[in-house]
Design a protein around this ligand. Structure first.
Ligand code: BG6
Length: 484
């Protein structure tokens, strides 16, 4: 691991407090950082160094997955400095540069600098450009930029943002975080698909009937009305997390399993994705919004009654979609995506339903087919289960499904941000979204945004606490399937 300076913009923000500082601290405890490093935090508000150290200490004590260790914590805090910077003021970056370089000298660090922009997206381009113009970005070592979604609001704005960023950073220097790509089970998908010859042999249209990717949440809009009402599930989840999981499930085994190999295969999936047009949007995309209901015994209000939401809002809090990957591997196999707020349970999972040529022979008592299912549980449980069929001799020898399960219940597994920050420090882009993927994802989503904007797509209401509107079940029933 190279020694480096970690420059964090937005150091007094929520993400820094909950995720970024704890991630750095856990990496430090696991000796995954170089012995010498510097962390420079910057935020809007003036703060004394001591006050900032206390703030970080509190964040580590509350959010680190590791137990308290006073002396190690003190040591970690000694690497951190704070400076208030108005990110829109170019001349303020000179002082930041002074601080960064003086710490580099003091700690004898090479000029490797990682800039993490944990700020509102409207500041991405101005910060990147000021980093470049102030000299902060002119290093003798490497420089890298980490940003997190939302990356643009639609296809044109994403392109515009990317064009601006690429004036200051090369594509190889930009690490776009999609925190789903940091989830251990998502990182494991490639191994499940390719390191198991029995699955690899079946991973195609000959044997797979359909693929279902669900990310359901119990929470509603929370305190994010302003952001969420302008984004909806389509921008918040589908354009990024859901399509990323779809790409990783549908990709072909790369010639060489490497960052470039995987990214190339993911891009091919997006290129093969059948584009939507005004006709198939209405048949293949379901827009939903929650109304009042009950979740786990608690009554909850409907979306339009939430504080900060206009009563006329038609924002999507739920999306289900049917996608077709028109290539040799997946021709004719529907991929179903479904995500929403205020659903029955918090669960992210991928279910692969295998074809069932023996459906006429083996059925359950009600006469239903018994397909084999491979379920990859991502969140909150992480594991894999395979549903097979077996005779139950205690039940008159009837054929019943059984589950072969593996659950990773190891405690203390690294968190998404830890894995991702570690990769970015190593310069490994495998689990970051490449611009090609981001652009192709916006391209696919854009007709849906247009249809929602023009209000030509119906809005289906669903009861809070349910698994979404009926129309979402019909989407599968049309093809003879159901959600698992
Ligand atoms: C975020 C979305 O990207 O992902 C949130 O903005 C959503 O709306 C969250 O709740 C879900 O992430 P996770 O890790 O809890 O599944």
């Amino acid at each position: 691991m190279d020694s480096m300076t970690f420059v964090l913009f937005g150091a007094t923000g929520d993400l820094a407090k909950r995720k970024i500082f704890p991630a750095l601290y856990n990496l430090f405890l696991d000796e995954k950082l170089a012995p010498n490093f510097s962390i420079v935090g910057s935020g809007r508000s003036p703060m004394e160094q001591e006050e900032f150290s206390e703030y970080v200490e509190q964040s580590l004590k509350t959010f680190s997955r590791r137990e308290d260790n006073d002396s190690r914590m003190k040591e970690f805090l000694s690497f951190i400095r704070y400076m208030a910077v108005d990110v829109t003021q170019k001349d303020e970056y000179a002082q930041l540069l002074d601080l960064v370089t003086s710490r580099e000298k003091e700690l004898n660090l090479p000029e490797n600098r990682l800039f993490y922009l944990s700020v509102a997206p409207q500041f991405f381009d101005v910060i990147a450009s000021n980093i470049q113009q102030s000299g902060l970005g002119s290093t003798k070592g490497w420089k890298r930029l980490i940003i997190e979604k939302p990356f643009g609001h639609d296809l044109p704005s994403a392109r515009e943002l990317n064009a601006k960023l690429s004036k200051s950073f090369e594509e190889e220097e930009i690490y776009r975080i999609d925190h789903y790509l940091g989830k251990p089970m998502v990182q494991n998908l490639e191994a499940i698909e390719f390191a198991n010859p029995i699955l690899q042999a079946l991973w195609n249209k000959r044997h797979i009937a359909n693929v279902q990717i669900t990310a359901s949440e119990i929470v509603g809009v929370e305190e994010r009305a302003g952001y969420y009402d302008n984004s909806g599930a389509i921008r918040d989840m589908i354009q990024n997390h859901m399509l990323q999981m779809m790409m990783l499930t549908a990709m072909h085994i790369p010639e060489k399993v490497s960052a470039n190999g995987i990214r190339e295969e993911k891009k091919k999936v997006m290129e093969a994705l059948r584009p939507l047009n005004p006709e198939n949007i209405n048949t293949d995309v379901i827009r939903g919004q929650y109304s009042s209901g009950e979740i786990k015994g608690e009554k909850v209000i409907g979306y339009i009654d939430e504080p900060g939401i206009e009563r006329t809002s038609k924002n999507d809090t739920f999306i289900a979609a049917r996608l077709w990957v028109d290539n040799e591997m997946w021709e004719g196999v529907p991929f179903y995506l479904r995500t929403g707020k205020r659903m029955t349970e918090k669960s992210t999972r991928i279910v692969i339903e295998f074809k069932d040529p023996l459906r006429g022979v083996y059925k359950d008592e009600a006469g239903n087919a018994l397909p084999n299912l491979l379920t990859i549980e991502i969140n909150p449980n992480a594991g894999v289960s395979l549903q097979l069929n077996s005779k139950n001799l205690l039940n008159e020898g009837k054929v019943e499904p059984i589950n072969v399960m593996f659950y990773s219940n190891e405690e203390n597994v690294p968190e998404a941000y830890e894995l991702l920050i570690h990769d970015a420090l190593l310069g490994d882009p495998t689990f970051f979204a490449h611009w090609n993927e981001v652009e192709l994802a916006w391209k696919w989503v854009q007709p849906i945004l247009d249809a929602f904007e023009a209000d030509t797509a119906p809005l289906h209401h669903y009861k809070a606490g349910s698994m979404g509107p009926e129309a979402s079940d019909k989407l599968l029933a049309e093809n003879g399937f159901k959600w698992w």
